[in-house]
Design a protein around this ligand. Sequence first.
Ligand code: MN
Length: 738
Amino acid sequence: MKKVSPYTIEDLLDKLSDDYTPADRDLIRRAHRLAEEAHEGQRRASGEPYINHCLVVASMLADLHLPTDTIAAGLLHDTVEDTAVTAEDLLQDFGEDVAKLVQGVTKLTQLPRVSRGEHREELLNSPAPEADEQDLRTRKRDLANETLRKTFLAMDEDVRVVLIKLTDRLHNMRTLGFFPEAKRRRIAQETLDIFAPLANRLGMWQIKWELEDLAFRYVNPEKYKEIADQLSERRETREVQIKGIIDHFFQVLKDAGIEVEISGRPKHIYSIFRKMTERGKPFELVRDIRAVRLIVPDVPSCYAALGVIHTHWRPLPNEFDDYIAAPKDNFYQSLHTAVIYDDGKPVEVQIRTADMDTNAEFGIAAHWRYKEGGHRDKYDERVNYLRQMMEWRQDVEDAQEFVDSMKTDVFKDRVYVFTPRGDIIDLPSGSTPIDFAYHVHTSIGDRCRGAKVNGKLVPLEYGLKTGEQVEILTAKHGGPSRDWLNPSLGLVRTQRARAKIRNWFKRQDREQNLAQGRGMLEHEIARLGLRELSQQNLEALAHHFDRNVEEFYIALGCGDISIGRVVNLLLETEESDDMLLFVPPTSEPPSPTDAVTVLGLKDALTNMARCCNPTPGDEIIGYITRGRGATIHRQDCPNILRIRDRERLVKVSWGEKVRTFPVPVRLTAYDRQGLMGDVTNLLDSEGVNIRDASARTSKNLAELRLVIDVKDLAQLSRILARMENLPNVLEAVRVKGG
Ligand code: MN
């Protein structure tokens, strides 16, 4: 976005591309005429006519290539707030769209003042006596969250409202110097707290950086000056250096056959400051960083260029980020790395395609740039999501409405939930109360025993939804449960929580982990009805994890190895002749009768019986042989009818897609209402058929016997574990020989 501002309507119209029709231009001209009239006689703090501000805002919106209505609304954005023009006037003269946009901006302008009043003073200026720096920072962040929430609340359904507000704020920041000191600081702080993060959320980096640098200048003038001075002191040297680096990079990449455009990248003062404070790097290190940006034709070239750069110059550890494979939340994509250049000093490198570059510069606004192009879908999706995010209505007091409108599934990858105090916690979607608890504080996570969502108790595997308020019920003492680490239970979603839980167990003593690990393995084997492992098999199992048996138990106990992985391994290596679950591995080539599906036999080998030669369409049955899989007979084959060992017969069918096998399980629980319903729901969610069920109750103990059709052992393990996690359930096991 260029700083050169048109100060006349003609300048503004001149910069519009040919996509804007004469009718568009006419609308913009009319909007300008009304704004000029309405603001007649008003002046900015700088002394210039007020209409200049409106023109600059409109011009920035035109730079973003936004639709005509938005540019017109940019011209009119202060009329309802500051002049005699009413919303009805706008509706009459410019139609619903423009009127709604201006109204949205007006509302947004009025809102943050709510939090500037006593509440803010109270929060910031009268901390409790024992409050320290950390505390104050937390309070500030809470306040920013609260204001951000209210800002969101104030937005109408249209993301364009926010874009107008952001450009408005940007121009106000550029001209902030004309205000008195106290006001400057307040507005600058608000910009850092709210508007820069908002621009970042929308992926509008250009605006974000400019807002940050402008604000930082007033929030921390000493530091700003120090960094700016040092930067300008070396500007010339640095520019020469960067030119040299660009030429060198270009040559090297050209030699490698990569088409590339390279530009130097200005360092932003606030980002330097943040690097210094967040990473604790001395200024010299940060100051000497040169930054370049490589634009290449396509994604493969991005990685190719990265490879070439890394081959020629040594990459700095921990500086590589692949935002192409894993885009940031705001859809930003690029490769980031830093290398040591020939002079022994670092160069930061960004590698991206032209598309990614446009995207990084314009963020959400790129949507309108691609209006006619083939990228529409992607941006439509984005705009949709933001539009929905902003769909909630005005009433700040009405939290319920906010909550309700946020409940729509608009954030595909994140959920935003509230603490009882109203702070927003941002989590990956699918996060559970435990994730939430660990996010708030490790000790809350460790002591988490239950959760309430919107005041109602929920199970711990409950998937949090955007807008919900979450309250964690904690025990006074104690730690997490090992079940939390069992991925099949889905109790924990985030790596962060997982790591913290593992840490807790690691801190427990070795003996305890060892006993726990052994117990877990024995329990799992018993539960699945497998044969006990021989010492040899146990050693082999431990060896698979590069550990001896003792270390293996400890790792299992503290959660470094998940029981799920062990189960899968048991499934592969089990030598049991347990005919329902396992077929011994064999090196025989697959028989030509692969079309037969043997229910319950995973990748079973089958042979066609010679005696009756079944052909497709025949009613068939399998007979389990020792070591050679199943032999397929016709059901009416005399040999089959004669067989006494009926247990070795197995149901088979011709090429069915879903293979399942029946497994009897037993569940013991303290009887309660709804238990059977919960079990049924659980099995339903696994897509598992219940073949047979019976229940028996004695005193207050209930015993449920079920025969369920499962796909494999891993699924069985998961189901049993999930069953044991239902309230009141004491045990869920596979019944041997059932
Ligand atoms: Mn304004």
